[in-house]
Design a binder for this molecule. Structure first.
Ligand code: 13P
Length: 253
């Protein structure tokens, strides 16, 4: 059985106090309202990782994630944060290849492959993001575009490493736009991605990989999206900044 995961990518939002109060609320509500069937991941900006982690109970299904990391463990890379640093403070998930990093920081599939390796080498779980821009959705081949991202950044992994990866399909045209993919569009792409993984790694492994949907996911559309056979949860941006919305999304399975 694959895991149902709802991960909140706060992006570059909140201050120290806001990060602490949002985390406390989520932990509290999750304890009262959610079963162990859902894994929650809180993904704050780097400065808040440690303070947020201090609020996560040991025995809980709320985990800590980071938004990015460098592929080297240490060195002269001013402004960067390594996977080993993140592991050393208890981070368990790391988002790799978010479309905002690809677009604004020119991250390439090849660099992302190295980042995925760095995360796995530190015993953490990469949440590998993929997704097509609007031009490709309207005039190109979204399947080909997205499967190339997988092939070039994660298909070098051995089976035992691939089995740990979480994938997030985030169509760029749906991110922060209020324009969600329909459940049919999401299911079609998720099933296609799983098939692509099956062709490389076999059915057993592909059926165990969690594939999350991201892009204007909110409490009103999450039940529809999460009811799709191949949608195993969500990577949530804007709605993860509200504890109520984030936990309501996690209640949508
Ligand atoms: P929104 O939920 O704000 O559209 O963002 C999605 C996203 O980019 C999560 O990583």
């Amino acid at each position: 059985m694959r895991k149902n995961i709802v991960a909140g990518n706060w992006k570059m939002n909140k201050d120290h106090e806001g990060a602490l109060s949002l985390t406390s609320e989520v932990v509290h509500m999750a304890g009262d309202e959610l079963t162990d069937d859902v894994t929650l991941v809180i993904i704050p900006p780097f400065p808040f990782l440690k303070p947020v982690s201090s609020l996560l109970p040991e025995e809980s299904h709320v985990f800590l994630g980071a938004q990015n990391c460098h592929w080297e463990n240490s060195g002269a890379f001013t402004g960067e944060v390594s996977a080993s640093m993140l592991a050393s403070i208890g981070v368990e998930y790391v988002v790799i290849g978010h479309s905002e990093r690809r677009e604004y920081f020119s991250e390439t599939n090849e660099q992302l492959a190295r980042k995925v390796d760095a995360v796995l080498n530190q015993g953490m779980i990469p949440i590998f993001c993929c997704g097509e821009p609007l031009e490709i959705r309207e005039h190109g081949d979204p399947y080909q575009y997205v499967t190339k991202q997988l092939t070039e950044s994660i298909f070098h992994l051995e089976e035992n490493e691939m089995a740990k990866v979480v994938i997030a399909y985030e169509p760029i045209w749906a991110i922060g736009t209020g324009k969600t993919a329909t459940s049919d569009q999401a299911q079609y792409m998720h099933a296609a991605l799983r098939k692509h993984i099956e062709e490389r790694y076999g059915k057993d492994l592909s059926s165990r990989i969690s594939i999350l949907y991201g892009g204007s996911c909110k409490p009103s559309n999450a039940p529809d999206l999460f009811s799709c056979e191949d949608v195993d949860g969500g990577l949530i941006g804007g709605a993860s900044l509200s504890s109520r919305d984030f936990v309501d999304i996690a209640k949508s399975f």
